[in-house]
Write a protein that binds this ligand. Structure first.
Ligand code: SF4
Ligand code: SF4
Length: 307
């Protein structure tokens, strides 16, 4: 049933956010994503279920307090420390309760729409002064589309401006329904070549490009394409030229924002027991990003660099 009691799994609610749309915003990060971008800086949002993060540097050698707490037998001794078998972990959080060093923490919390709205309402004065509002992000917020739509609908009902930060990899009917309650769409375009896109994110880009075209044809919210600039991976002249051609072929031109690659989320992979494969990739310099922007300008689109 879609109501204030519709539940979703939330990773965090970030207040005073200024990079997820205009003005001061509250960004709600939902858990679950259909893509697995190699450079993802929020890997804790990818899996839909509640997870446990483990920070070995905080763990006390030979403590083992958490080991006996896990009915699922997901935690075992590993030398002086512990190991977590994530396939067995249900995210129950019992181990977290006994870890006073906070070496174990839970990622994700089930909340209903009313609870999230209570948090959002705390920032209402800032929206009014700054022209901000609420942004749903992730992961892919439409992985939990019923919850996302209900939250957006109720924000609109309360006169709060809404933004959707989406990968675009979602059924058109779901996206179309969501746009009814969305003022601003932040739409990620990662690569124009379907095969390359699949190698880099795990899925082809055909649905993403088709949905981008449909949004530009049928709806008129503020549409911003967000392009992650991943040095040596998606910033070659061929891809930039194809990106510009695609943008220029749309019915209504979106704004283009360039998001330089960064490594701020790399430590999270270790905490989640996953591998970060772009180990040696360095963030681009300002000059580098400026050259990418200039190249796009030569292809006929004028991007904004967002840092
Ligand atoms: S309870 Fe915390 S400090 Fe103790 S072994 Fe487990 S993770 Fe380490
Ligand atoms: S969250 Fe629950 S299932 Fe997972 S490791 Fe901790 S106690 Fe075990």
């Amino acid at each position: 049933m879609e109501s204030k009691l519709q539940k979703g799994v939330i990773v965090k609610i970030q207040r005073f956010s200024i990079q997820d749309g205009p003005g001061i915003r509250t960004t709600v990060f939902l858990k679950g994503c259909f893509l697995r971008c190699l450079w993802c800086s929020n890997p804790e949002t990818q899996e839909p279920g509640i997870e446990v993060e483990y920070s070995k540097e905080k763990c006390i050698p030979q403590c083992y307090e958490c080991v006996g707490q896990c009915d699922a037998k997901a935690i075992s001794k590993d030398g002086e420390y512990i190991a977590i078998d994530r396939k067995k972990c249900s995210g129950c959080g019992r181990c977290v309760e006994v870890c006073y060093r906070k070496a174990l923490t839970v990622v994700g919390e089930e909340m209903d729409v009313a609870e999230v709205l209570n948090e959002i309402e705390k920032d209402r004065p800032f929206y009014e002064k700054s022209g901000g509002g609420v942004t749903l992000s992730g992961g892919e917020p439409l992985y939990q589309h019923r919850f996302a739509v209900e939250l957006l609908r109720q924000c609109k009902e309360r006169g709060i401006s809404t933004a959707l930060d989406t990968t675009g990899y979602v059924d058109w009917d779901i996206l179309k329904n969501t746009l009814e309650y969305t003022d601003i769409v932040l739409y990620d375009i990662k690569h124009l070549d379907p095969e390359e896109h699949k190698k880099l994110t795990g899925v082809s880009n055909d649905v993403i490009l088709e949905n981008a075209r449909r949004i530009s044809e049928k709806f008129f919210p503020i549409l911003i394409f967000r392009i992650p600039v991943i040095p040596g991976i998606n910033d070659n002249p061929k891809n930039l030229k194809e990106l510009a051609q695609f943008v220029r072929s749309l019915s209504n031109l979106p704004a283009i924002h360039l998001l330089p690659y960064h490594r701020l989320g790399v430590f999270k992979y270790t905490r989640l027991g996953r591998e970060y494969t772009l180990k040696n990739l360095q963030p681009p310099t300002r000059d580098y990003i400026r050259r990418v922007a200039e190249l796009l300008e030569t292809f006929g689109i004028r991007p904004l660099i967002v840092t």
